[in-house]
Design a binder for this molecule. Structure first.
Ligand code: PGA
Length: 250
């Protein structure tokens, strides 16, 4: 089963109209050469202008979070239908920084993913173990718990991507070896196959995230169960982001 790789940039809380606009433009300018799908996830205030700028290009637009409800008294939050209204195709849910900084549980993440699905968005559901869990040899059972808690019934290869992001690798310059990362990806695919069906999971894209850079992308992306990347720091430089995209062969 060949899965077209997805290279996604998570800009986190970075970028102004000027700098974000220039970054998106530079990504769009390099997109024609890419053999993978490209997605940028700017901070909320840039979604609309960058969406306008990317219209007609192959680069897709994603948000970094959404609320589980469709509207109402939730100061500061953005609902999933609002994101599809302004042209988003994807929304990241359950990033470890949201889980950590905003107390999001697996249940919260699952409700947000369900909201994304209802709004016609592709949910990029993030999960990954901390260093303490890894050191305790509990990575697999922890990941299975996160999958069971965070991934809704009704998830398909068309409405969901999974991002495996070991917390200890995010922003640290450290990564698992490609084989270690692939082992977790394979576990994710086989565990979800039991719930969502083997055919669906053969098509499901599972991204790796955590210090993916131009220098290590090719060997990570060459692994059979690694279908792309969720890129933080290296997504803030178009040159690096496009170099990672170039390492993703279709
Ligand atoms: P990083 O972040 O590439 O800077 O490690 C990845 C992420 O948090 O999505």
């Amino acid at each position: 089963m060949s899965r077209k790789p997805l290279i996604a940039g998570n800009w986190k809380m970075n970028g102004t109209l000027e700098s974000g606009g220039a970054l998106a433009q530079a990504v769009a300018d390099g997109a024609a050469d890419a053999a993978c799908d490209l997605l940028v996830c700017p901070p909320a205030q840039l979604l609309y202008p960058i969406g306008r700028a990317l219209a007609g290009t192959p680069v897709q637009l994603g948000a970094q979070d959404c609320h589980a409800e469709e509207k109402g008294a939730h100061t500061g939050d953005i609902a999933a239908p609002m994101l599809s209204d302004i042209g988003c195709s994807h929304v990241i849910v359950g990033h470890s920084e949201r889980r950590e900084n905003h107390g999001e549980t697996d249940g919260t993440v699952r409700a947000k993913a369900e909201a994304a699905h209802r709004a016609g968005l592709i949910a990029a559901i993030c999960l990954g173990e901390t260093e303490a869990i890894r050191d305790a040899g509990k990575t697999n059972s922890f990941i299975i718990g996160q999958l069971d808690g965070s991934v809704p019934e009704g998830s398909t290869a068309a409405n969901t991507v999974i991002a495996y992001e070991p917390v200890w690798a995010i922003g640290t310059g450290r990564t698992p070896t490609p084989a270690e990362a692939n082992e977790v990806h394979a576990l994710i695919r086989s565990h979800l196959s039991d719930r969502l069906g083997a055919d669906e999971c053969a098509k499901l894209r599972i991204l790796y995230g955590g210090s993916m850079k131009p220098g290590n992308a090719a060997e990570l992306l060459a692994q059979p169960d690694i279908d792309g990347g969720l890129i933080g720091g290296a997504a803030l430089k178009a040159e690096d982001f496009l170099a990672i995209a170039a390492a993703a062969k279709g």
